[in-house]
Design a protein around this ligand. Structure first.
Ligand code: ATP
Length: 249
């Protein structure tokens, strides 16, 4: 695995009396898909929100390329190369696929003079959108109205919108939710093709997909990490089998 691009150390997050994240540490490496799995309510989405900067941790630190970004708000992290996709679809359904990507690129690169120029004339964001659609396998759908894409196509578009911001790190929260087998295969192929340049964090309930695509897996139960390692080791870990995989079977 490549360099550590994002590192979180001893993260704690409480909601009132509930400790949703309890001293969780995680390193995301370039060229690797790092899955975080766990039972419902284990704290996976909370962890993603803390890494992306949408929620502050109560304790712990987050580093990106060795800079301490714990106090950075979400837009600053995004500009520095931290992209995320969401559990719910977040596209603009009435705009074209290309326009969605262009706006994502433009929003991430706001300059004070951009208020005065029409977005469609912005060369930077047009190029970023072209590149993202090419990478995400959506170039042929650029002119289609986003709301008319299939469910899988919309999830692909969300990844393309993330890519339009030129991320180094991509945080994906259940990108396979609601997908059929063919769409899942396509998405896994896409993640595989993207991963050499990126560090990818994948929160996902589809265990077949997780074990197929991940280089490293972290298993969470009730806010704590109970195991961390390569897929083979995780599959055979008795504690994981009891706490989580056994429950699935
Ligand atoms: N904003 C909030 N306010 C209060 N409690 C919250 C909030 N967000 C999450 N929680 C609680 O924190 C715990 C962790 O939730 P989280 O959504 O991170 O789990 P998860 O592992 O992503 O679950 P799932 O797999 O069901 O999406 C849960 O008990 C949840 O109810």
């Amino acid at each position: 695995m490549g360099t550590v691009l994002l590192s979180a150390k001893n993260i704690v997050r409480r909601f009132g009396g509930l400790t949703a994240i309890d001293k969780v540490s995680i390193d995301l490496h370039q060229g690797a898909v790092h899955a975080v799995i766990g039972t419902n309510g284990a704290g996976k989405s909370t962890l993603v929100s803390i890494l992306s900067g949408e929620l502050p941790p109560n304790e712990g630190s987050i580093f990106m390329n060795q800079a301490d970004i714990t106090a950075w708000p979400q837009p600053r992290r995004a500009r520095a190369g931290l992209g995320r996709s969401y559990q719910r679809t977040t596209i603009f359904p009435n705009l074209s696929v290309h326009e969605n990507c262009r706006l994502a690129a433009q929003a991430n690169k706001q300059k004070f003079w951009s208020w005065a120029s029409a977005a469609k004339h912005c060369a930077y964001s047009n190029e970023a959108a072209d590149r993202a659609l090419e990478l995400a396998g959506l170039a042929r759908d650029a002119a289609r109205i986003a709301g008319l894409l299939s469910h899988g196509g919309k999830r692909q578009l969300e990844i393309a919108m993330g890519l339009a911001t030129h991320p180094q790190i991509l945080l994906l929260d259940e990108p396979l939710a609601g997908m059929g087998p063919e769409e899942t295969e396509r998405m896994l192929g896409l993640l595989e093709s993207l991963k050499s340049d990126l560090a990818i964090l994948l929160v996902e309930h589809d265990m077949d997909a997780v074990f197929k695509i991940s280089d490293v897996i972290t298993v969470m139960v009730n806010g704590s990490v109970i195991a961390h390692g390569e897929p083979g080791a995780i599959r055979n870990d008795p504690q994981v089998q009891t706490a989580y995989l056994g429950e699935e079977q």
